[in-house]
Write a protein that binds this ligand. Structure first.
Ligand code: F6R
Length: 436
């Protein structure tokens, strides 16, 4: 298993919760699975039960797959595991495709040797008047099991943990809650459309979660980066429930690199301590500062560098004038009139290689007009400069760009070719396939 990319020194950091960053979600999930396995085994050795708090959603799928693998290939037994799930939609049939009861069976419980008596998941079928008593009992059962040894969490884009939406109290216990619209939207991919996503859910409370002896929160992907940054680096606030975890004394955030990109150590590493001033880092720091102070790069002064945490760079490079020029030239060299590279010319700083020439290029266009609207000039240059240019239009056919819209464009292209006597058998073939 690979080591985390960084080992964090909290004294030298903006981070108020320990963070481990892995190159991708697979490696991060393997790390979490190994922590769970070690805990289960150490409890087994002492003849004790291991009480796990479990999450659902897209984040833990790879983790559960790894736990299943550990069970099947390495003999990890779940016989001593007692589990409590965080939440469930309300109302929902236990066996509904989208129920978290079903999710847990599909992804974990049906594939390991856990005793079904030890599984606890909020029930979305109970009558509303019984929900309060059910929640009270759920809390009691956690207490009777000796409390949660390890709680696994995901995080919502709005910072929710479990289904404790922004505004939930740090004292909240298991209860019925209203889901935020943003949560319903984020989870609508599991349903036919957003109107089918339940408006309510039963969730463990934040107090319940905070009572766990150890907590691991996982977050994967760029979309989680802003909320991870706020939870880890901003002040504690009930508006971002995950930030309350700063007050828990054994919580770790496990991230992949993309979910970590908004952390200061990535975004402005020069602010977190020593930093290696590679040319790329100099450019990043200078551009970041120029945007922040609202000045052109060439107008930045020594004082700007000092006032914005870049005094070290000044010491290393001497003078704002020199650094400004270095950053400016690097920016300038990203612009070219030869987007496919300039043939037969050796230009070390050119953004594109001169060979091979000509090149085969693919332009990926999320809509059948983005290629022209967003990069029409580049498209034209590539073509005029002798490259072979293809466009890949990316559409699922059912959201912004319908199938009908696509075939209309293709009809136009084929008609256009016919009108100008361009014999392109391929486009006719593709149109025929699209129609059928
Ligand atoms: C699910 C849960 C939620 C999810 C969160 C992230 O049991 O408690 O807090 O962890 O909504 O969902 P995904 O992982 O789908 O991004």
């Amino acid at each position: 298993m690979s080591k985390p990319t960084f080992n964090i020194d909290l004294t030298d950091s903006f981070e108020r919760i320990p963070v481990k960053i892995y190159p991708n979600l697979k490696e991060g999930s393997r790390f979490i699975a190994s922590e769970i396995a070690a805990l289960i085994k150490s409890k087994q050795a002492k003849g004790e039960k291991c009480v796990l708090g479990l999450a659902t959603g897209s984040s833990p799928k790879t983790l559960y797959a790894e736990l299943v693998r550990l069970h099947k290939e390495e003999g990890l037994s779940f016989k001593n595991v007692v589990s409590f799930n965080l939440d469930e939609y309300y109302p929902i049939d236990v066996d509904a495709l989208q129920s978290y009861n079903r999710f847990m069976k599909t992804h974990l419980f049906d594939h390991v040797d856990i005793d079904p008596k030890n599984i606890h998941i909020p029930n979305g079928e109970i009558a509303k008047e019984n929900v309060k008593a059910f929640c009270h009992d759920y809390e009691k059962q956690i207490e009777n099991a000796g409390g949660i040894d390890l709680q696994i969490l995901g995080i919502g884009n709005n910072g929710h943990i479990g289904f404790n939406e922004p505004g939930s109290s740090i004292n909240s216990r298991a209860r019925l809650v209203t889901l935020d619209n943003s949560t319903r939207l984020a989870n609508s991919y599991e349903f036919a459309n957003i109107s089918q996503v339940p408006r309510l859910a039963i969730t463990m409370g934040i107090h319940t979660i905070m009572q766990a002896k150890k907590i691991i929160l996982m977050a994967w992907g760029q979309s989680k980066a802003p909320v991870v940054q706020k939870s880890v680096e901003s002040h504690v606030t009930e508006h971002i429930p995950a930030s309350l975890l700063q007050q828990h004394d054994d919580t770790t955030f496990v991230l992949d690199e993309t979910a970590a990109t908004e952390l200061t150590r990535y975004k402005s590493p020069w602010l977190t301590g020593e930093c290696e001033w590679t040319p790329k880092m100099v450019r990043k720091a200078v551009v970041h500062m120029a945007m922040k102070v609202g000045k052109p790069i060439l107008s930045l002064t020594n004082n700007d560098y000092r006032d914005n945490g870049l005094g070290d760079l000044l010491v290393e490079k001497g003078d704002a004038y020199e650094i400004n020029l270095q950053a400016y030239y690097m920016m300038r060299d990203t612009i070219t009139g030869w987007p496919g590279g300039k043939p037969d010319v050796q230009m070390p700083n050119h953004p594109e290689r001169s060979i091979p020439y000509p090149k085969r290029c693919v332009i990926f266009s999320p809509h059948p007009d983005d290629d022209i609207i967003s990069m029409g000039g580049t498209f034209l240059r590539l073509h005029d400069q002798g490259h072979e240019v293809h466009v890949a239009y990316q559409t699922s056919g059912n959201i912004a760009v319908t199938d009908e819209f696509v075939t209309r464009f293709m009809d136009f292209a084929v008609g256009f070719e016919e009108m100008f006597k361009i014999d392109n058998k391929k486009s006719k073939e593709i149109l025929g396939e699209a129609r059928s």
